[in-house]
Design a protein around this ligand. Structure first.
Ligand SMILES: NC(=O)c1ccc[n+]([C@@H]2O[C@H](COP(=O)([O-])OP(=O)(O)OC[C@H]3O[C@@H](n4cnc5c(N)ncnc54)[C@H](O)[C@@H]3O)[C@@H](O)[C@H]2O)c1
Length: 271
């Protein structure tokens, strides 16, 4: 059901790699709710070409941009405003990559070149996007920026290795930039801490399937799906959440507030 919550709003959506991507679902929901947007991803991700399907479905244009490049981000914000016909109202940061995770390197043995690459792609990219947007005055007052994160930033989940530290940094950037952008232009910046979700990034983590089942059994509502995450992002982009900023918002079916569930205790053989 559509409520036209984003009618008249223009945005930039990063990170739609394929139909499983959280950003893909966000793009579909934003389209349903009347928002218009530009899709972007790293040039290397374009090779798969799947993003073109999403662009055709949502009537959107694609602007390739490596999120680590200030020049490419400047081009992204410049062209997006030209294409959409005005300043930007919402931005989705849905970008994550860790070579250490891909190569299965445990936390105490992290490779520092890979670590720095992960920081640049997955956390500093948010700062770079916001710095570019602020310098260009590219985001309208009461605009909303959402970045996706994961709760390993706050509690140890061993398989998440360097991304745990990187997500902590991402959440901190959202909070700190939220202060400056809020004071200057009333732009809102939040992170959404999403449940484990079966995407390319998620499935790339060793042991992800078992962990997915574990959190599903702990969370009173079960794991939140990518579609539910997309609905939450729409709410955060809309005017209904105008006074929400600098928050890390858990979207995880209650997992983060639950110690253990009866279901898990029963599986462990509790009486
Ligand atoms: N899947 C999960 O379990 C889960 C849970 C919580 C948070 N998240 C976060 O959600 C976000 C989206 O991930 P996803 O699960 O949809 O997986 P995904 O693999 O579909 O998306 C990750 C995206 O990052 C893009 N990317 C990588 N390097 C880039 C670069 N240099 N420049 C621009 N884009 C680049 C990829 O091309 C891809 O589209 C990530 O920040 C991820 O950490 C995922």
């Amino acid at each position: 059901m559509s409520y036209n919550l984003l009618k008249g709003k223009r945005g930039i959506i990063t990170g739609a790699l394929d139909a499983n991507s959280i950003a893909w679902k966000v793009a579909e929901k934003v389209h349903e709710e009347g928002g218009v947007f530009v899709l972007t991803n790293a040039p290397i991700a374009m090779r798969m070409g799947e993003i073109k399907v999403l662009a055709a479905k949502t009537g959107s244009e694609i602007i390739p941009a490596d999120a680590t490049s200030v020049d490419e981000l400047t081009n992204l914000f410049t062209k997006s405003q030209e294409i959409l016909g005005g300043k930007i109202d919402f931005v989705l940061h849905s970008i994550g990559m860790s070579v250490n995770i891909r190569k299965n390197i445990p936390y105490p043995e992290l490779n520092y070149d890979f670590f720095q690459k992960g920081i640049d792609i997955s956390a500093l990219s948010l700062h770079k996007m916001l710095q570019v947007a602020m310098k260009m005055d590219a985001i309208n007052e009461w605009g909303s920026v959402v970045a996706l994160t994961y709760m390993a930033s706050q509690r140890v989940l061993p398989f998440y290795t360097d991304m745990a530290d990187i997500k902590a940094m991402l959440e901190s950037i959202a909070r700190n930039f939220g202060y400056y952008y809020g004071t200057k232009k009333k732009v809102r910046i939040n992170t959404v801490s999403q449940s484990p979700t079966k995407t390319t990034a998620g499935n790339g983590i060793k042991g992800f399937g078992d962990f997915y089942d574990y959190t599903d059994a702990i969370a009173p509502l079960g794991n939140a799906s990518a579609e539910d995450c997309a609905n939450f992002c729409v709410a955060l982009f809309s005017d209904l959440t105008r006074m929400v900023t600098m928050q890390n918002l858990f979207h995880d079916g209650g997992y983060s507030s639950t110690g253990v569930s009866t279901e898990v205790l029963n599986k462990l053989g509790a009486e």
